[in-house]
Design a protein around this ligand. Structure first.
Ligand code: PLP
Ligand code: COI
Length: 358
C-alpha cells in the first residue's frame, strides 16, 4: 500500500466546456501522480502534485535508448455520478510484463491500481460526460540515470497524467480505411512487440505517414518473418467475422495483448460465438472477401474502443467489407463495452467496472 502525499494546485486550469470538441490527448488536468525509483531503495516518494514540467538532464537515459514503458486506460463518469475505471488490474499486469522485458523494476499491481485510482479521484471533476468522451489515463515510466552507456538505468520516474478526450479517430464510429503494410514491419517474435513501449510506436511512424498519404487512416501490420500473417493495427488489435465465426490473430509475442481484445473475446464467447485465436494470412482474407465470407472487420483498443473497418488495402487489392458501414457484431460490442464502462449496463463479470473511491 502506497503512502501518497497530495499537494493540490493553487491555480486550477480551466476545464473544457460541456459540448466542446476535446480531440484525443490534447488537454491535461490539474494534477499528476509521480513516484521515484532508486536502486537499493525501491519505489519511493509517491505523490500527487500539480501538473508540471519534469526537469531532466539531456543525458537522461530515456532520451537515448528508449528504456520506457507506458499504459493506457480510461476513467468514466458513471450513471451514479461516481468515477469508474475499466479493468485497471489488467493494465497493472501488462505494465509489469512490459517492465520485465525492458529491465524496468516492477510496480506491485495493487500499488499501480492504487496510484491510478488516487490521481483520478483527485481530478474526477475533469471526467467529461458528453457521449463518447472519457478521461484518458496515461501511466508511464522513464529511465532517468544521467549516463550514456547502454545498460539498465538505476533510477526511474513513474508518472500518471490524465487527459479528457473524445474519439481517437476523427471519424468516430464511422468505418476507417486500413492499409496493410507490405514493406515495413513493426515487430518480430522475441522482440518487444508484446510490450507497450515507445520503440514500437517510433518504428510504426513511417508506415503510418505512408498510409495517410494514400488516404488510409491506420496501418495493419503483417508478421515480421514471412510478411504473410495479420498482426495488429498501430493502436488496436484486429478482429474479423468470417463465415459467422469471430477470428483474431493469436498472441504470439509480437502483438500487444489488448485488454479490449480480451474483453471482446470474453463477450463474444458468452454470446455463443465461436472465437478463434489463430494465424490469419492476408491471402485468406482476400479470398474470404471475394467469396463474401468476410462479414465484418473491427479494431479494438482503449483509445479506439471498437472501431469498424470499412476497407482494407493490400498491394493492388482493395477489399470493401460488408456494405462498408458498421456491422451488427461491431455495433453490439461497441454498445456493450461502452455500456459496461459507463455503468449503463450492469458489469456481468463483477470486476470490469471499478469505482476509484472504493
Ligand atoms: N495494439 C496496440 C499497438 C496498441 O497501442 C493498443 C492500445 O493500447 C492496442 C493494441 C489495444 O490494447 P488495449 O485494448 O489494451 O487498449
Ligand atoms: C490506448 O489505446 O490506450 C493506446 O495506448 C493507444 C495509443 C497508442 C494512442
Amino acid at each position: 500500500m502506497l503512502n501518497i502525499r497530495i499537494e493540490r494546485t493553487a491555480n486550477p486550469r480551466k476545464k473544457p466546456e460541456p459540448g466542446a470538441p476535446l480531440g484525443f490527448g490534447k488537454i491535461f488536468t490539474d494534477h499528476m501522480f509521480v513516484m521515484n525509483y532508486t536502486e537499493g531503495q525501491g519505489w519511493h516518494d509517491a505523490r500527487i502534485v500539480p501538473y508540471q514540467k519534469i526537469p531532466l538532464e539531456p543525458s537522461a537515459m530515456v532520451f537515448h535508448y528508449g528504456q520506457t514503458m507506458f499504459e493506457g486506460l480510461k476513467a468514466y463518469k458513471g450513471t451514479d455520478g461516481r468515477a469508474y475505471l475499466f479493468r485497471p488490474d489488467m493494465n497493472a499486469k501488462r505494465a509489469n510484463a512490459s517492465n520485465d522485458r525492458l529491465c524496468i523494476p516492477r510496480i506491485p499491481e495493487e500499488d499501480f491500481v492504487q496510484a491510478v485510482k488516487a490521481v483520478v479521484s483527485v481530478d474526477q471533476e475533469w471526467i467529461p460526460s458528453d457521449p463518447g468522451t472519457s478521461l484518458y489515463v496515461r501511466p508511464f515510466i522513464i529511465a532517468t540515470d544521467e549516463f550514456l552507456g547502454v545498460a539498465p538505468s538505476k533510477t526511474y520516474l513513474f508518472i500518471i497524467i490524465l487527459s479528457p478526450s473524445g474519439a481517437y479517430y476523427a471519424s468516430g464510429l464511422n468505418p476507417v480505411g486500413i492499409w496493410i503494410e507490405d514493406e515495413y514491419v513493426r515487430a518480430v517474435r522475441g522482440g518487444i512487440g508484446f510490450a507497450k513501449t515507445g520503440g514500437n510506436y517510433a518504428a510504426s511512424l513511417i508506415a503510418q505517414v505512408k498510409a495517410h498519404d494514400e488516404g488510409f487512416s491506420q496501418v495493419l501490420w503483417l508478421d515480421g518473418v514471412e510478411r504473410k500473417y495479420i498482426e495488429e493495427v498501430g493502436a488496436m488489435n484486429i478482429f474479423f467475422k468470417i463465415n459467422g465465426k469471430i477470428v483474431t490473430p493469436m498472441l504470439s509475442g509480437s502483438i500487444l495483448p489488448g485488454i479490449t481484445r480480451n474483453s471482446v473475446i470474453t463477450l463474444c464467447r458468452d454470446w455463443g460465438y465461436e472465437v478463434e485465436e489463430r494465424r490469419i494470412s492476408v491471402d485468406e482474407l482476400i479470398e474470404a472477401q471475394k467469396t463474401g465470407a468476410l462479414e465484418e472487420c473491427f479494431g479494438t483498443g482503449t483509445a479506439a474502443v471498437i472501431s469498424p473497418v470499412g476497407k482494407l488495402r493490400y498491394v493492388d487489392d482493395v477489399m470493401v467489407i460488408g456494405d462498408g458501414g458498421i456491422g451488427p457484431v461491431s455495433q453490439k460490442l461497441y454498445d456493450t463495452v461502452t455500456g459496461i464502462q459507463s455503468g449503463a449496463i450492469k458489469d456481468p463479470y463483477g470486476n470490469w467496472h471499478v469505482c476509484v473511491d472504493d
